[in-house]
Ligand binder design. Structure first.
Ligand SMILES: Cc1cc2nc3c(=O)[nH]c(=O)nc-3n(C[C@H](O)[C@H](O)[C@H](O)COP(=O)(O)O)c2cc1C
Ligand code: SF4
Length: 767
């Protein structure tokens, strides 16, 4: 065979022979080089072709070609990849991870449905107004109006439109409700199916910037939500929350087409426009809405939130249940920290100012000097961390603000706290704050100790009242804004909540511990914010020096010395004397302002056989009102350490029985009191002096405007002068006290009457 090859080569011309031998020598490098050149050529041609294709699809406008620069890569990727519908709950900047608002544009789409034309007409006007308001912004494309009867739902409600651009969409949905078969049923069915379709992500619309829904209904035919008012708008809102991964940018609005729809729509539009302006400015929805900011809102007492068909509200529940590291590691009381600091400083620096026991400075004396430099709650302290994790906003170095569960409940149309039933305070317009996070008791039922500072003396930096006032308002409004995306928040209540009308100085701590408390309450009153101040009956001098507030409370946690020591665990050795002096002061001042005894009942501690003792205290202090409330249980290690369990939480029936016994004991002493009102929902009953009974009817409510007028007049006045209208029938004793206009929500699996907030969520609550 080898011989045959050689004879064949001998027949070939010389050049060919050279070539063949060259090939044999260099064939491997030649093959490799050719192959590499071919690959480079092919890649270059491919890139060129796809670039030409991309440019051909752009509109001619040079402006547009700049705006759409970023999406070319996306197009390629999406063309190559198999079609996949994605969503998810990833947090990202709403205008894209790396994009600035200038790179991308926002398209507002206004969807509507209308059978008899009302919604259509209104939607047209609405869209024009939105267009007008965005005319000067470079961020927005002109808003478009789309009729749900004519669009293909698949184009908009499986994923946001795919027009190969970098446009970000914001959906506005305006719809009526019909309890007969209409196109709206198809729409709702589509939303439901999309969410439940196992082939599609449960939140395929998560790429939307946000959405908001407004419903038109008819209160004449469907007076309440339970009876179907705007039921389909509520359904759409709920499904959109699921499909977008909770991107409700503004609360659901609702209006009665025959009466207030236009007014409600105007308010709602203003809110939505604010959100859109925020998007233009920051590229995001702001805090509180998933997809943008965080709603860091923790609240151990807030347990009623995981409702709405399983739609979670905040991460707060998780946060709340997570015990803070500080708590776990047995955080020191500030008293102890202060003690340690003082010991060390007294050894090292004799120029350190001495502690001032402000609680004993005499009337008219100057408050302690602000030269003391320690902060009560420094930013880097475990106390600060613990309090902020519990949902407090710390203002300055010793004040706090927090929104309570009732404020959240009222925003969602689910009822205000008992102060609405008794005194007419709307919880969504109430700010709960304290200018002193420090307290001089360690009450067994205080749900905050272990995290809040305690002390008998003020030895910290004193923040000016202006700083506290502005800070707590800002903190409160910020927390309210964070509720914007929460299911069920009512647009009109949200709008109302942006005006604080009441201040409960009753959070953790002792408000009159703050040396400038009078200046602080004066600021509240100047802005026509009424004030309820709760103190712990341990600071008689401060109580005597306190200027009138709208309603002045003292906590009466026990009826005798031993019981008070066991429950309040006061730091003052002369606690009982201080307590009694406070009652005397309240008696003296009972014709200057409304005075209240707050009794918190703890089973096994201060109920049994104590009605007579409490009656004696009432006889001594002669308060205008006695509020009796069952303790609420927080389940913290500290309350457990104090020997408290759920067994210490009285049933509402037990609270009622106690109130009746106390009422009888008061009558036996010839005192003119009676059981006026109740709020079974928060396990609270009100005994009132007959000074507040007129023509046989209780008048426990307050005329707030009159209170401010009287205060501004500079004249002397009495509580009777600002007594408000009659207590509503539903709030009076025997009628439960739940506002019939609100929706009553019971927690799953809980008994309606016996299990009140006191047992479900729970806390002591100065409130
Ligand atoms: C047959 C019928 C059923 C209705 N059902 C409800 C209802 O269940 N709940 C509600 O709040 N309004 C209901 N309405 C009131 C309409 O939602 C309201 O009039 C709305 O403004 C109509 O809008 P449109 O003119 O755009 O169709 C109903 C009206 C009609 C005529
Ligand atoms: S009074 Fe207290 S419980 Fe009621 S809304 Fe205000 S802070 Fe909340």
């Amino acid at each position: 065979m080898a011989h045959d090859n050689w004879s064949l080569m001998a027949l070939l011309p010389l050049e060919i022979f050279d070539l063949v031998s060259l090939w044999h020598t260099y064939r491997i490098p030649i093959i490799l080089t050719t192959f590499t050149i071919l690959i480079i050529l092919r890649t270059a041609l491919h890139i060129r072709a796809s670039r030409e294709k991309g440019i051909a699809s752009l509109p001619p406008s040079p402006k547009f070609s700049i705006e759409r620069k970023g999406f070319l890569g996306d197009t390629k990727a999406s063309e190559k990849a198999p079609r996949r519908i994605v969503g998810g709950l990833k947090k990202r900047n709403s205008l894209g991870e790396n994009a600035t608002p200038e790179d991308q544009k926002v398209q507002v789409l206004v969807f509507f449905s209308s059978l008899t034309g009302t919604t259509e007409k209104t939607a047209k006007l609405f869209t024009e107004q939105v267009i007008k308001s965005q005319a000067d912004s470079a961020v927005f494309h002109e808003a478009q109006l789309l009729d749900l009867s004519y669009i293909d739902y698949d184009d908009y409600f499986i994923t946001p439109p795919k027009d190969k651009s970098s446009i970000q969409y914001f959906y506005i949905i305006l719809i009526p409700t019909y309890n007969i078969d209409t196109v709206l049923d198809n729409f709702l069915e589509h939303l439901r199916e999309t969410h439940n379709d196992f082939r599609i992500d449960t939140a395929p619309l998560a790429r939307l910037l946000g959405y908001s829904v407004f419903g038109f209904g008819d209160r004449e035919g469907w007076p309440t939500e339970e009876e179907g008012f705007c039921s389909q708008a509520r359904e759409v809102d709920k499904w959109m929350a699921k499909l977008t991964g909770r991107k409700r940018a503004f609360p659901l609005g609702m209006g009665d087409a025959k009466t207030d729809a236009l007014e409600r729509l105007r308010e709602w539009r203003e809110g939505v426009e604010d959100v859109l302006a925020n998007i233009a400015e920051t590229g995001g929805l702001g805090e509180g809405v998933v997809g943008s900011g965080d709603a860091v809102e923790s609240d151990v007492e807030d347990e009623d939130v995981a409702e709405d068909g399983g739609e979670l509200l905040f991460e707060e529940q998780t946060l709340a249940r997570r015990k803070t590291k500080a708590q776990k590691s047995g955080l020191n009381d500030l008293e102890d920290i202060g003690g340690t600091l003082n010991k060390s400083t007294s050894m090292s620096d004799s120029s350190e100012p001495l502690e001032i026991d402000f609680t004993t400075y005499s009337k008219g004396a100057q408050p302690p000097s602000p030269a003391i430099t320690k902060e009560m709650v420094p930013k880097n302290s475990p106390t600060y961390d613990a309090l902020t994790k519990q949902g407090y906003s710390i203002v300055g170095s010793h004040s706090g603000v927090k929104i309570c569960r009732w404020t959240k409940s009222a925003l969602r149309g689910r009822g205000s706290c008992y102060k609405y039933s008794f005194y007419g305070i709307a919880s969504h317009q109430c700010m709960e704050t304290t200018p002193s996070l420090s307290c001089s008791n360690k009450c067994v039922f205080c749900w905050r100790h272990g995290t809040n500072p305690v002390g008998t003396t003020w030895r910290w930096v004193i923040d000016p009242p202006e700083l506290i006032f502005e800070g707590v308002k800002a903190g409160h409004y910020k927390k309210i804004k964070m509720m914007r995306g929460v299911p069920g928040v009512r647009a009109e209540r949200f709008a109302e909540a942006m005006r604080i009308r009441h201040c409960a100085l009753s959070l953790v701590g002792e408000p009159i511990f703050y040396p400038h408390i009078n200046a602080f309450t004066a600021m509240l009153h100047k802005e026509r914010i009424s004030s309820f101040l709760v103190c712990n009956a341990q600071h008689p001098d401060q109580l005597a020096a306190l200027n009138p507030v709208t309603q002045l409370y003292v906590s009466i946690d026990a009826s005798n010395r031993e019981s008070l020591r066991r429950i309040d665990r006061p730091l003052h050795r002369d606690f009982w004397e201080r307590f009694q002096r406070c009652l005397d002061i309240l008696r003296e001042r009972r014709f200057e302002q409304r005075t209240v005894f707050r009794l918190t009942l703890v089973k096994g501690f201060n109920i049994d056989d104590e009605a007579e003792g409490y009656a004696d205290l009432v006889q001594r202090g002669l308060p205008a009102f006695v509020e009796v409330k069952g303790v609420t249980y927080c389940g913290t290690t500290s309350s457990a350490g104090a020997g408290l369990t759920m067994q210490n939480v009285p049933f509402y029936e037990e609270v009622c029985a106690f109130v009746e016994a106390l009422n009888t004991a008061l009558a036996r002493r010839g005192l003119d009191y009676g059981i006026a009102a109740e709020h079974a929902h928060s396990c609270c009953v009100l005994i009132a002096s007959t000074r507040f009974k007129r023509e046989g009817k209780w008048h426990t409510r307050i005329d707030y405007e009159k209170f401010f007028e009287l205060l501004e007049s500079g004249e002397k006045f009495t509580p009777e002068d600002y007594t408000g209208p009659e207590t509503p029938e539903w709030a009076t004793w025997g009628n439960g006290g739940f506002d019939p206009r609100d929706e009553r929500v019971h927690r799953r699996g809980k008994n309606k009457v016996a299990l009140t907030e006191s047992q479900g969520a729970l806390m002591k609550g100065k409130d």
